[in-house]
Ligand binder design. Structure first.
Ligand code: DAH
Length: 347
């Protein structure tokens, strides 16, 4: 047995067992379990050796203790080494699993954009807001009075035939023009008035350039001494901002019941600069909107004295503006929600 009560053999056996176990350890958890088996302060195989100390002669106990401690230190070192090797292996495995090839081309993300009609509507609002206009949003269902009669278009007036109306009842209809907003504003506000009224309008009309539902932007200014030159000044700014710096306007006599005089506003062709091309049908000019000086009768209908005040009004078609600006030849393209078409227009 020897003076250390067979300790040397047991040390050799523990070392051999530890090495055997170590060769099978592949994860940090296994290393941890192994450490518990050998080095747990109470139940560990090495601590258990201390029990045999009782059988050893007192003078040999110091050497016994030293031998066991040396084994403990050795085992601790072995587990440190194995532990860091296993950790390294685990890390490499994780790297392999989570590998990302940063040289691969990225998946392209589709960016959304506002609908062209919304874009133009916002551009128009920005332009006129910078001139001091505020917004009035009327309602899409109107009665006959606001849509026609108050706008100097009484029943049986031939101008009613200019717009094919959707009637909801003999009295109510889907508004055919945002001009109805003029009446609501003038009934409720005293001059000076400067409003912009954007919104949907409805007409029984359907072809490449007309849709039963479309949008307009009405403008109305009422103040003392308002003249056609004020109208043209504002519209010059509008066409320059929408169609480009060098664009000019031209007023042509026209007829609307609610304006007198009435004008059709053309802008110089922004495609050919006025020389004549397909867009302007060789004329150098493109019709962009209707406008005029508010008819005295309309002011009177709203309780505004036409001898004291005068007004200007204009009505811009938003789809028409978008079609001209972006070269869209069929209004349906604006309503079909084809992303490939709509995503091309991002101003
Ligand atoms: N309301 C007219 C239309 O829908 C457009 C218009 C013309 C509005 C002249 C106006 C104007 O305010 O003065 O055809």
């Amino acid at each position: 047995m020897g003076k250390l009560n067979g300790l040397e053999d047991k040390v050799a056996e523990i070392k051999a067992r530890l090495e055997e176990a170590a060769s099978e350890m592949g994860t940090s958890k296994e290393v941890y379990e192994g450490m518990k088996e050998f080095l747990d302060p109470k139940k560990g195989r090495i601590s258990q050796l201390m029990k045999d100390m009782r059988e050893v002669a007192p003078e040999d106990r110091a050497e016994f203790g030293k031998t066991v401690n040396a084994l403990k230190t050795w085992a601790q070192d072995r587990f440190d080494t194995i532990g860091s090797e296993v950790k390294q292996q685990e890390l490499m495995m994780r790297y392999r699993k989570e590998f990302v090839d940063v040289t691969l081309p990225s998946v392209s993300l589709k960016k959304g954009n506002l609908h062209p009609i919304t874009q133009v509507r916002e551009q128009l609002i920005d332009i006129f807001a910078s001139m001091g206009f505020t917004i009035y949003e009327g309602s899409e269902i109107e009665n006959d009075y606001y849509n026609f009669t108050a706008l100097n278009t009484p029943q049986d007036h031939p101008a009613r035939d200019m717009q094919d109306t959707f009637y909801l009842s003999p009295e109510f209809l889907l508004r055919t023009q945002t001009s109805s907003g003029q009446i609501h504003v003038m009934e409720n506000e005293k001059p000076p008035i400067k409003i912009l009224s954007p919104g949907k309008v409805f007409r029984s009309d359907d072809d490449a350039t007309h849709s039963p539902m479309f949008s307009q932007m009405e403008g109305l200014v009422v103040d003392k001494h308002i003249a056609l030159s004020d109208l043209q000044g504002m519209l010059d700014i509008f066409v320059q901002k929408i169609y480009g710096e060098g664009t000019r306007t031209r007023l042509r006599p026209s007829y609307f019941p609610f304006t007198e005089p009435s004008v059709e506003v053309d802008c110089s062709c922004f495609s050919c600069g006025g020389k004549g091309c397909r867009l302007c049908k060789g004329t150098g000019w493109i019709e962009v909107l209707g406008a005029g000086i508010v008819n005295r009768k309309v002011l009177e209908n709203c309780g505004i004295d036409p001898d004291e005040y005068s007004g200007l009004a204009f009505g811009i078609g938003i789809e028409r503006t978008a079609m001209l600006k972006y070269g869209i030849n069929n209004i349906k393209l604006l309503f079909e929600s084809d992303i490939d078409v709509l995503s091309q227009i991002d101003d």
